[in-house]
Design a protein around this ligand. Structure first.
Ligand SMILES: Nc1nc2c(c(=O)[nH]1)N[C@@H](CN(C=O)c1ccc(C(=O)N[C@@H](CCC(=O)O)C(=O)O)cc1)CN2
Length: 295
């Protein structure tokens, strides 16, 4: 079997186009554009690329983009002060503090300081708790993007066996909750899971989010399974350059899976599309409007 390649770039472009239509309608109704503030602390090159892409995508969707760049010597107090200003700014509907943060800053304190109504990353404990209890929440962008791709591929997920590899607050845990919300039967596997290959072999749906290059081997994949690869790992090549690989052995798994996301071009672009989606949703809720349809 040769798997269908799930095109995350195309799906993200569709979401972004719909968000742009919603943002334009919001601006007509309220007299202002939805606004997203990004905060980058330090010089991490990958983070700088992601934040630039987010700002560009925000502007392209007809939303206001507010970019804040702080030096890597920024103290936690200084960052909390900026978050407080953004919380009070009525033109800002969404606040995104790019992770990771430098070691002198406790990311969990910063996340907890963001107004939950503006927490477009969905990382605030209030949004995490609301997602866990099935209440309306802002949902973390990467798992929400994975769910979008799964629903587009499979239609209903109800009753499917899903294995999520990884238990981070940002991907693994919210992914598991979203799959439970769709009535899948969910196993969360992690570094202490016994006989991981056999656990993965049961899965109709595999979501790999461990951050270990090509850890998931082809013979772990049940024939016909849908594989969502969240990993983005840069590995050296023989010509002293580097390339991106996921957490799944893509070449091997493509021979067994029914459908699989590539890296790059799979889940990554969906993360940014869902950030824009969360920003228009936050803008509507803050303006007292009902949630936009179709995203
Ligand atoms: N505050 C946050 N920080 C981080 C998040 C997040 O969701 N919120 N996620 C990641 C990084 N990330 C977004 O910030 C992100 C990662 C990758 C991509 C992407 O489109 N990747 C491309 C490949 C890019 C490349 O060539 O390097 C792809 O997969 O096709 C988008 C966003 C950590 N921090």
């Amino acid at each position: 079997m040769t798997a269908k390649i799930i095109d995350g770039k195309a799906a993200a472009a569709e979401v972004r186009a719909r968000v742009a239509g919603i943002a334009a309608e919001f601006a007509r109704t309220t007299g202002r554009q939805p606004g997203l503030a990004t905060v980058l602390v330090g010089e991490d090159p990958a983070s700088a690329v992601y934040v630039r892409s987010k700002g560009k995508a925000t502007s392209e969707a007809g939303m206001a983009s507010f970019s804040h760049k702080l030096p890597d010597t920024t103290s936690e107090t200084e960052l909390l002060h900026l978050v407080d200003q953004l919380n009070r700014d009525d033109n800002v509907d969404g606040i995104l503090v790019q992770l990771p943060l430098p070691p002198q800053i406790d990311a969990s304190r910063v996340i907890a300081a963001i107004d939950p109504a503006k927490d477009v990353d969905g990382f605030h404990p209030m949004n995490a708790g609301r997602l866990a209890t099935g209440l309306e929440a802002l949902v973390p962008c990467t798992p929400y993007g994975c769910l979008y791709l799964l629903k587009q591929e499979l239609g209903s997920i109800a009753g499917k066996e899903a294995v999520v590899i990884g238990r981070s607050n940002i991907v693994g845990k919210p992914m598991a909750l979203l799959l439970i919300g769709e009535s899948a039967t969910v196993t969360v596997a992690h570094s202490r899971t016994r006989d991981l290959p056999d656990v993965v072999r049961r899965a109709d749906i595999v979501v790999a989010a461990v951050g270990r290059p090509e850890m998931v081997k082809s013979d772990w994949i049940k024939p016909g399974a849908t594989v969502i690869d969240v990993g983005i790992n840069r590995v050296p090549t023989e010509d002293s350059k580097s390339r991106l690989v996921g957490d799944v052995d893509f070449a091997g798994a493509s021979e067994r899976a029914g459908a699989i996301t590539p890296v790059p071009g799979g889940v990554g672009p969906m993360t940014i599309a869902m950030l824009l989606r969360n920003t228009v949703v936050a803008a509507h809720r803050r303006a007292g409007l009902s949630d936009p349809k179709g995203v």
